[in-house]
Design a protein around this ligand. Structure first.
Ligand code: GTP
Ligand code: MG
Length: 149
């Protein structure tokens, strides 16, 4: 099944949004495979954002992500990578639709609450970066047949 890496950034943790963000993925029907609160080392963050290394906001981005604990998660389900990005909303919160996490809770792109993998291959890389294999839980939802046709 498809998996994605979702992280609640330090501003989301500080603003008490962990429960709300988990709830949105749960109520959709997605399955939580892993989750942990961690203060990410700079090297991990630099690797996570390596494709953005030449951007003018890169140093600020890494400092923002290192400014407090992050709640890192893996979610599983049909089309969870693309649908997860829809649940988060557009990168710039001024463009995110109301009803999305970013649309509901934030204003600045540099304080946009959450991260979601942008493609299936990216998700695989990010999950391997943030989690050990034995932190990923394989299990079945009892109500699976009520969610999937
Ligand atoms: P993520 O899910 O966080 O990866 O967002 P994204 O995939 O929609 O955007 P991208 O990967 O291009 O950028 C990663 C993060 O960098 C964003 O979520 C923002 O926090 C930050 N970012 C992107 N563009 C800007 C910008 O123009 N200025 C600032 N300050 N931060 C930016
Ligand atoms: Mg991204």
């Amino acid at each position: 099944a498809e998996r994605t890496f979702i992280a609640i950034k330090p501003d989301g943790v500080q603003r008490g949004l962990i429960g709300d963000i988990i709830k949105r993925f749960e109520q959709k029907g997605y399955k939580l495979v892993a989750g942990k609160l961690m203060w990410a080392p700079k090297e991990l963050l630099m690797n996570h954002y390596k494709d953005l290394a030449d951007k003018p906001f890169y140093n600020g981005l890494v400092a923002y992500m290192a400014s407090g604990p992050v709640f890192a998660m893996v979610w599983e389900g049909k089309a969870v990578v693309a649908t997860g990005r829809k649940i988060l909303g557009a990168t710039n919160p001024l463009d995110s639709a109301p009803g999305t996490i970013r649309g509901d809770y934030c204003i600045d792109v540099g304080r946009n609450i959450c991260h979601g993998s942008d493609a299936v291959e990216t998700a695989q890389r990010e999950i391997a970066l943030w989690f050990k294999d034995d932190e990923l839980n394989d299990y079945e939802f009892a109500d699976k047949k009520w969610i999937y046709e």
